[in-house]
Ligand binder design. Sequence first.
Ligand code: ZN
Length: 433
Amino acid sequence: MSKKYFITGGILDDGSKKDLLVSDGKIIGYENPVNSSAEIINASGKIILPGLVDLHTHLREPGKEDSETVLSASRAGSKGGFTALSAMPNTSPVADTAGVVEQVMRLGIEAGLCDVFPIGAVTKNLDGRELSEIGAMADSAAVVRIFSDDGHCVSNPAVMRRALEYVKKFDGVIAQHAQDPDLTINAQMNEGIISSVLGLKGWPAIAEEAIIARDVLLADHVQSRLHVCHVTTAGGVEIIRWAKARGINVTAEVTPHHLLLTDDLATSYDPVYKVNPPLRTEKDIHALREALAEGVIDIVATDHAPHPAENKECEWQEAAFGMLGLETALSIIALTMVETNLLDWKGVAQRFSRTPAQIGRYAHQGGEFKVGEMANLTVIDPAASWRVDRDLVASRSRNTPFHGMELPGVITETFFKGVPTLRNAQLMQKENS
Ligand SMILES: [Zn+2]
């Protein structure tokens, strides 16, 4: 018999009060029998969410283990309340074959702290020209349903069209990194007043919006499923709103950092704020928050992008794009969406667990708190706060833009298949330090 847990006094995301008895990986009841051996977890004053599901994670393994591994990312995920991560394929080798996606899946199972669902590359070696082994990855043991060249845009419209057509066979989806390459050659930050002042090459909003507009038309034309990664502009939101109103099968994500940070942070010249797509303006943030609240943007995804110090602690021009996200994501959403009354916890659960699980066709994730369901859940104390310290992260990298910030919402437990993984991740981190 596996260990039993009785989570008592907590409030579910829908506002109801319910105690949960967890055993053998599942929720087995709402009461604790007399003489029960269950460990009691006092969750009074805390919110219980379905385990968070990230559709956009760079785990860096295989090939870039100095930045992150599947295990270290799984630890970071457990600390951040995640029970599922989606591994972006821009590894070395690229995850463009059944062999590599199965390897990533196996590494996730070995780490054992959360589900790791591999995303397959759309094109071979992410070169944008020839489709990868999409069918073989879909049929593999990894059962890949999401395909993306993230980090690169599938910029050739004929290739994008073929990819969208191909994934229809097995109910797959193309997740596009919308960035017109010709409009963003050597681009360093958002194109605007700040980029002119700093003399850094600008990254215009139109470079993102033109691809989103083209792709929703392509998805409509071939009647396939499109997911837009990390939307950052008010104009992009308007195109997605238009596409949804027309019944086009499109979903979209926004990252926590794009809901909070603006391009004027670049005046510090600190590359910790260098990210792809770039930080935009207050006006964009306002539009993104409203769109996430309304459901025009469907989900939150982290775009967790670890980099070693030598690639971040250098000149802005030379620095790598990307920020850590897993360990701070839920707190940033609490700050930007819950404390502003734009979303309640049910809305957070929908956008950060249930809808991402639906988009990825992930079984046993984003569930309801019913008897017999897999016990994948996160307990958060919304009244507590914590200070981000980059030296205490579980990630192998340190590139968090939130270092030193006091954030609301402390995650007190994460359960993956009925096992308390947040504690396990903290234990492992202690042993390693
Ligand atoms: Zn991307």
